[in-house]
Design a binder for this molecule. Structure first.
Ligand SMILES: C[S@@+](CC[C@H](N)C(=O)[O-])C[C@H]1O[C@@H](n2cnc3c(N)ncnc32)[C@H](O)[C@@H]1O
Length: 248
């Protein structure tokens, strides 16, 4: 990140305009290629309780998205010297706590829909931060963790994620660009599930029904025989008939 941009962050962590958001996405630094993803995740989860660890551009994106969902962003950073002046800029949709996450994160609200972790990058702190967040997450809520593919940091980051999530049902992927972004989806939470954004099917039902998905050899998802064999034949036949002009 250039010096000008860094200086701008220290004074301004306000929501971005759409043009600014797209402008950042086309840069090739840090988490710029994650910004639209983070923005969409907030909208898709209709996130109301949003945790932001590590102030910066991600804070601005989360604040931008929270305006759309009516959510509140709870930001945490321990750098009082750099960010102290921002305390005066808090509003109904942005709460800022300037203290180490070891003491401040336990005061975060429960029923968290979405969290972005880009604070400490050592095994111990990341593992502890995740252990604080995980029991507070809503089912199907998401935690994003930055720097999981960063050449010097990925070892600690991935080990912290693996160890912190060991006793939780989660599914995880790691975006292989922009220093990496782990996307941890809470498959089973203690809190009620999120209410995702959704459209409507022709029969009036919502088009999205989040269901638990566990990978691994121990988990066999049963697909009835007719869906395995008959449905593909039906689809193929329908296609042939449509191509022949015998069906619309
Ligand atoms: C990589 S920067 C965050 C960048 C930001 N997410 C962005 O998109 O520009 C990491 C931040 O985490 C903060 N931090 C590091 N360790 C922390 C801890 N244990 N508790 C709270 N904040 C911490 C640092 O002060 C720093 O501002």
């Amino acid at each position: 990140m250039d010096k000008l941009a860094t200086a701008a962050f220290a004074t301004n962590l306000k929501a971005l305009s759409r043009d600014e958001l797209f402008e950042w996405v086309h840069r090739n630094e840090g988490s710029s290629k994650h910004l639209l993803i983070i923005y969409s995740l907030v909208l898709g989860l209709q996130a109301k309780v949003i945790i932001d660890i590590g102030l910066g551009l991600t804070t601005r994106v989360l604040r931008t998205a929270a305006k759309e969902t009516g959510g509140v962003v709870y930001s945490f950073d321990f750098d009082r010297r750099r960010f102290g002046h921002l305390l005066a800029q808090q509003d109904a949709q942005w709460h800022l706590t300037l203290a180490p996450t070891s003491s401040s994160l336990p005061t975060a609200p429960t029923f968290i829909d979405f969290a972005v972790h880009d604070g400490a990058h050592d095994y111990g702190n990341v593992k502890r931060d995740l252990e604080i967040l995980l029991p507070r997450m809503r089912q199907f809520g998401i935690i994003c963790v930055h720097d999981t593919q960063q050449p010097d940091l990925h070892g600690d980051m991935l080990a912290a994620i693996a160890d912190a999530t060991r006793n939780f049902k989660v599914s995880i992927t790691n975006l292989p660009f922009g220093c990496g972004l782990a996307i941890i989806r809470i498959e089973e939470g203690l809190s009620p599930p999120i209410t995702p954004a959704a459209g409507t099917l022709a029969d009036g039902r919502r088009d999205t029904l989040p269901v638990v998905f566990e990978t691994g050899p121990q988990k066999i998802i049963h697909v009835p025989l007719y869906r395995r064999w008959l449905v593909p034949i039906k689809i193929k036949l329908g296609h042939i008939l449509r191509q022949a002009g015998l069906r619309r």
